[in-house]
Design a protein around this ligand. Sequence first.
Ligand code: NDP
Ligand code: 8X3
Length: 257
Amino acid sequence: MSKNVLITGATSGFGRAIAERFAKEGNTVCITGRRADRLAELQQELEKKYNVKVLSLQFDVRDKEQVVTAIQQLKEALATIDILVNNAGLASGMSSIEDGDTDDWDVMIDTNVKGLLYVTRQVAPMMKAQRGGHIINIGSTASKTVYKNGNVYCATKFAVDALSQAMRIDLLPYSIKVTSVNPGMAETEFSLVRFKGDEERAANVYKGFEPLVATDIADIVHYCASLPAHVCINDLTVTCLNQANSVYSVKDADKPA
Ligand code: NDP
Ligand code: 8X3
């Protein structure tokens, strides 16, 4: 059965791949992000390729009013939101705590924590009224273990983990599933954003091993959303074969022959 799926941060990386995965299966998808050109391009591409309804909403998850207006528009266009994928997020910079740029901290906290909350606050009442729905929060291996110089980014992802657990409890009476998907290193625009456009530094993060890619996460998110009504994956952590957790990974060259 076709579902209505809202994906935040669908202009790139995981969000884009998740939107395509759900569209491919005939679902109605609502793609969001700040970059209007990318949203328009993706909307056209998915509609043409999969012959599905695609809605697009341009907003910044950090802006409470923009979030309220956008979700209101969505309510007018769709009777229900069956699945919300809280994916929009970023790392900005990577410094030891005493050297951190407080503007970077604000961006990460405002996007990864407050943005996720603003969107959820608008969508959860709809799901409550529907007596069902599924919220999938994209955490990280950084939600589980902190790493050197990852301080504030890791703290925001620990917060996502805590919020996923809390939402699951609060929304349980209304049959709303809450799943936290926690990927390890994946080659998207993530490192390019973290290192503020430094392509060489970003590419170096993924050298010497095969990282996860966006479609890996899209397949997993789609799987979590495709289980029988009585089954809920609460928490799923996934890494590539070269990574054990946030702090331990090996390059191919360092593996025994
Ligand atoms: P990308 O940079 O490729 O995509 C990030 C997406 O988030 C973009 O679509 C961007 O859209 C959107 N976004 C960022 N800030 C805002 C904002 N203020 N308002 C609305 N949308 C915003 O990175 P990924 O796909 O890798 O990241 C997606 C999620 O996965 C993030 O939460 C990240 O923390 C998490 N993650 C990433 C991992 C990785 O190694 N890549 C591993 C584990 C988790 P736009 O710029 O158009 O607004
Ligand atoms: C993104 C993965 O290892 O860069 O959450 O924190 S990592």
